[in-house]
Design a protein around this ligand. Sequence first.
Ligand SMILES: [Zn+2]
Ligand SMILES: [Zn+2]
Length: 669
Amino acid sequence: MNVLRVALDVPVATLFEYASDADRRIAPGDRVVVPFGARERVGVVLELAAASTISASRLKPVVRVLEGAPRLPQDWLAQMRFLAGYYQRPLGETVASALPPRLRSLKPLPKRRAAGPAREGADSAVAAFVARHQLNAAQAAAAERIGGALGRFRAFLLHGVTGSGKTEVYLRLVAAVLQQGHQALVLVPEIGLTPQLEARFREAFPETPIAILHSALEDSARTHAWLDAARGQAAIVLGTRLAVLTPLPRLGLVVVDEEHDASFKQQEGLRYSGRDAAVQRAKLANCPIVLGSATPSLETWFNADAGRYERLSLPERAAPGAKLPLVRTVDLRAEPAEHGLARSVVEALRERLARAEQSLVFINRRGYAPVLACEACGWAAGCARCSAHLVLHAAARSVPRLRCHHCGAEQAVPARCPTCGNADLRPLGRGTQRVEEALGALFPGARIARIDRDTARRRGALARALEGIGRGEADLLVGTQLLAKGHDFPALTLVAVLNADSALLSTDFRAAERLYATLAQVGGRAGRRERQGEVLIQTRFPGHPMFAALARHDYAGFAEAQLAERRTAGFPPFVHEAALRAEASRLETAMRFLRDAAALAAVPAGVQVYDPVPHVVTRRAGYERAQLTVQSLSRPALQGFLRDWSERIAATAPRSLRWHLDVDPIEFD
Ligand SMILES: [Zn+2]
Ligand SMILES: [Zn+2]
């Protein structure tokens, strides 16, 4: 008889033991059905043991082994152990969250698809791609350097300015990996980016099976893609962060595109960083990883400075004759804005219209106005469940509504001020809808397209809108950062940025890094072909050093200045951080829990536990939120402390209170 140690999806940090006949040949990585309480559950065998730690009478037998999916490989199991330990989550929950829902259910798997192994002609198609695919000197040098590391672990930062053709480098490397008979894993931050990248890969490798993985896939599509990847049939796996949790038996290369993007960090359950998990994954698979970005995260930049990652640069745009855009600030103190637009910005838009070129007006706030207020008494519409204002939504041809961007609550616009009865309620500030309205009034003949999460809500709407813009079906684009990423609009020559200043005033130490990335990215949409692009940034702080760095296209200079500030202030990446967060119906309950938790901590030397503070947006969806930060210069010291501390907290936390630990947290709303 064998004793199996099985991971189950329960919030307890232990494995569960079951018995099995030795001749059943169950091994680690097998999915099994086991009795648990009154029910049966699906678990994953992690270990075999000769003897049980519980009495033989309590050791229940495994009900059956689930067929249809390949046994989960050793490196995948190792990755799960690493993630559970690093992010302080029970191993069973970690394993469960990495499997598509269908693989943790008792239902049988869908029938295997007919698609066999790599199709006939795949090799010749790859060779044809390489033959017709020319790289410029910088691209070729980067591809050669990374290609030379195939077959062993090495991390590369591919720092390429916007439009420098990082994707061409990825494609060339993937071709090399395919020729060796290995699999490539390519991660992108957002679902919206997968169709474009998928099209590029399918065009380059028409005979190669590609699996697409992201959270918006229907259950069966996700299961099929996962199985294709796990069986080694899909040679290219393209997806968002969750794709990093897929078993890949022949993994030969990992690419993380736009590696700086915050959406690589999962904000619930297993709060992992898809990028950091990818680095770990490459290590386990003993293959190279490429982290690509025009504005790398400061963590990655720091790792390159320290020599842990090798930095490769693509300093110029790839398209013939394409130059980086001219970046200028527009001083709002000297030139007040009317309807949110400074006069010189309006003039610049008018010039582009006259030349039949496209312009993009960027404002990172959707809706009509962020506040609806009564000027008589100072009342402002607020969300009943969040400590936040309700945003006025008033798109053309629709009934105005008030919406909470934190919890999604929605209500009608009141006819009068509920406090003083004043009927003259005013929208304050502006969002995309109000800017769209102002542009419509200024340029009556222009075709205006608005792109934000409201217009992109329906499935496929964003892709359709972007295609239309690419074909020149709009003169003026108004949009949020949905427009900033990865899209190439050949006729776009002007980008006007309206509300950069709010981020300059933020208390989040990452705000400047994020703003630089957003501005470089949105500005990078301009002038990607032979026509010179221009970026105009409206600001009250034109002397801010960030704008000077942007104008010089000097990310290195900006990163060094930021890192120097962080070193002085004691922020990551110079210290390692974790946050303990709590939510309760009363703020005092959450704060008391955090104070009690701090008192439970056996804090070793070199670890610092700070006082609890309410969250910036304290109430969200009816819950009051607070957190405390833990810091250490030593990663092992922090990890050891968190392991012990989370056990103590779990043993004493009241059941009514929601809490979690977040390792390497980033601010959230
Ligand atoms: Zn009033
Ligand atoms: Zn709300």
